[in-house]
Design a protein around this ligand. Structure first.
Ligand code: DC
Length: 212
């Protein structure tokens, strides 16, 4: 029997990692987990309960009673909730409370694709294939701007660029599981790539890792 294929896809906000991870899951017929959604759910639950986002004690309680089925994905995709997710994600109790469900997902017999910030470093350190997806802040801001406009959420390009820089600093600067490439991750800069080109490059990387 071949070993299960676990693909870890990490990278900063709007790097294209979600699109890429979903497409890789389709290509290899693997289940896909967008781990950012879990942090977005915790942020949403904190906001709905009226807690300050940085309240570590409240966040620990929220994550311990957490029920994924209570959230709809469409309510989790906006700009404000992404920023809020980045704040709660810096709380160690939140990260600890979400580890097991991510690892369970990754342990499926057929394998899995997970995307996030710490998949290759903390959640699946033994994943056979790890990608670290990047793009310049300007390219990421332009992508996010198009995506938000497509959903009817108006925002200035400058404002989005400022958000992205702030989010990069927070996600990379936190003490617990900061955003960084695992030593054995392959860097994929998508700044000048179309979605199809990025997918082709990612498949080449994964196949090479699989071949050993
Ligand atoms: O990938 P995303 O934009 O949906 O993630 C939202 C925030 O959640 C991100 O700014 C940081 C946090 N996050 C994290 O800390 N670890 C992950 N594995 C995924 C997301």
């Amino acid at each position: 029997m071949t070993a299960p294929l676990v693909i870890a896809v990490d990278g900063p906000a709007a790097s294209g990692k979600g699109t890429l991870a979903r497409a890789l899951a389709g290509h290899y017929a693997l289940p896909y987990l967008d781990t950012g959604l879990l942090y977005r759910m915790v942020a949403r639950a904190m906001m709905e309960a009226g807690h300050e986002l940085a309240d570590a004690q409240a966040a620990g309680a929220v994550v311990s009673q957490f029920d994924e089925s209570a959230f709809s994905e469409s309510g989790l995709r906006g700009r404000e909730i992404g920023e809020a997710a980045s704040v709660v994600a810096a709380i160690p109790a939140v990260r600890a409370g979400l580890i097991e469900r991510q690892r369970r997902f990754a342990a499926r017999p057929e394998g899995a694709v997970l995307d996030g910030r710490d998949i290759g470093t903390v959640i699946c350190p033994d994943a056979p294939a790890k990608l670290f997806v990047t793009a310049t802040p300007e390219v990421r801001a332009a992508r996010r701007h198009r995506e938000l406009a497509g959903r009817g959420e108006a925002a200035s390009l400058e404002g989005i660029l400022a958000d992205i820089r702030r989010r990069d600093a927070r996600d990379s600067g936190r003490g617990d599981a900061p955003l960084r490439a695992a030593e054995d991750a392959v860097l994929l800069d998508t700044s000048a790539l179309t979605v199809a080109e990025a997918l082709a490059a990612a498949i080449t990387i994964v196949n090479a890792r699989r071949a050993g």
